[in-house]
Every structure is written in C-alpha cells, then in structure tokens.
Write a protein that binds this ligand. Structure first.
Ligand code: C5P
Length: 217
C-alpha cells in the first residue's frame, strides 16, 4: 500500500496506524533518505557530491527496525533515530534525495522490503515509482498553513522551541525541491485517491484509508 504526499501531511502517523490495524509492516521511506543525509553530515561529506554519497550508502549498513515509537533507524549499528529529525537534516535531505543513483538504490531496498511482507510505505514516489502496482494508493495533502501548524504543535508538545514561520518556510522549500526534481518527483499517481486532511483529525484520516482498503479487497 502506498501513501504519498507533501511534507507534514501526517503520512507517517497515519501510515503507522493503518499498518498496525491491518497487521502490515510500516516502512518509512523518508527515514532512509534522512539517514543518508545525517550520515553524510556527521562525516562532513559534501552533499553536493553524488558519487561520494552513493559510495557512503554502498559501504554502510542502513537498517530500519519497527518499534513502539514507529521506526528505529540504525546506521552501521548506531541508533540515529533522533538525529535524522534535526533542522539541518530537514534543510539538506531534499538535495540528497534528488540524485538518481541514490533514489534507484533506495527504491530497490524499498521494493525488496515490500515484497517480503504486506506493507504500508509512505513517501513521495511510492505510488508512481516504487510500487506502481500497489493495491491501494493514497495521496495525503493539507494546506501548508495547517501542515506547519501541526508540526509546530508537535514540537511544542515535545517541549522543544519552535517557530511557526520557519517551519512553514522549510515545508514550502522542501515541497518545491521534491516536486521539481528530474527523477521520481513528489507527484500524485493517476490512480491514487486524494485525501485533503486540512479539516480532518488523524483518526478520521486513518478510518477513511481503512474504508478504501475495504473497498479494494
Ligand atoms: O517523509 P519525510 O518528510 O521524512 O521525508 C524527508 C525527505 O525525504 C523528503 O522531503 C524528500 O526529500 C525525501 N523523500 C523522497 N522520497 C521518498 C520519501 C522521502 O524523496 N519516498
């Protein structure tokens, strides 16, 4: 099952809930691009150097492990789950994920994971490239103001400082880069169901998706 959409649309929370209800594996594909970005930054590898990034990826071990909080991310055995959500990673990940070689490598990994077990994958290109034959495809969206507000509240609830305007700018920038890259951009698949969640809460979105699953089965 494919859940795509722009930054902050609630994909991961919803995908996690849907996977749990269906007994499916949840695969956070954004976490994979974030992990590579974090590993490159930590090693001071130039993120403009596609070749250096692909070498890093090929010579490392990236693992996603399902956990009670969602997904634990390991890079060569080191838990980097928290680090991949930093502002620096937010600002750099769209560049790292724009390289074709990197996308092809990640896609292969994602397709392999999805072939082993029933799975819900969330991302930007799942319905269009990674799983073009997915049984159910959803494109989740919401106004940028609403998406920024949700992120802001999430940060404040975690006891972190947060700047609503900065979050909004970050989301807009990331969406623009993700939508305009040459290979596998953020795009709604022709056969995806679009859900505008601006006026919906998480449980309503999850229920709407579970209804779609029922319709398809
Ligand atoms: O989903 P999340 O916001 O964590 O994704 C982080 C970034 O990873 C996105 O902004 C995008 O640049 C990249 N990404 C992607 N393709 C995916 C998932 C994420 O390019 N399937």
């Amino acid at each position: 099952m494919a859940i795509d959409g722009p930054a902050g649309a609630g994909k991961s929370t919803v995908a996690k809930q849907v996977a749990e209800k269906l007994g499916f594996l949840y695969i956070d594909t954004g976490a994979m691009y974030r992990a590579l970005t974090q590993a490159a930054l930590a090693r001071e590898i130039d993120v403009k150097d596609e070749e250096a990034l692909i070498q890093l990826l090929r010579n490392s071990n990236l693992e996603l492990a399902p956990s009670s909080t969602g997904t634990t991310v390991y890079w060569d055995g080191e838990d980097i789950t928290e680090d991949i959500r930093s502002n620096k990673v937010n600002q750099t990940v769209s560049l790292v994920s724009s390289y074709k070689q990197i996308r092809l490598y990640m896609m292969e990994k994602q397709q392999k994971l999805a072939s082993e077990k029933n799975a819900v994958l969330d991302g930007r290109d799942i319905g269009t490239h990674v799983l073009p034959d997915a049984d159910v495809k959803v494109f989740l969206t919401a106004s940028v103001e609403e998406r920024a507000k949700r992120r802001h509240t999430e940060q404040l609830n975690k006891g972190l400082t947060s700047n609503l305007e900065a979050i909004k700018r970050d989301i807009e920038k990331r969406d623009e880069l993700d939508s305009n890259r040459a290979f596998a951009p953020l795009k709604q698949a022709d056969d995806a169901e679009v859900l505008d969640t601006t006026c919906m809460d998480i449980n309503q979105v999850t229920d709407a998706i579970l209804d779609l699953v029922k319709e398809h089965s």
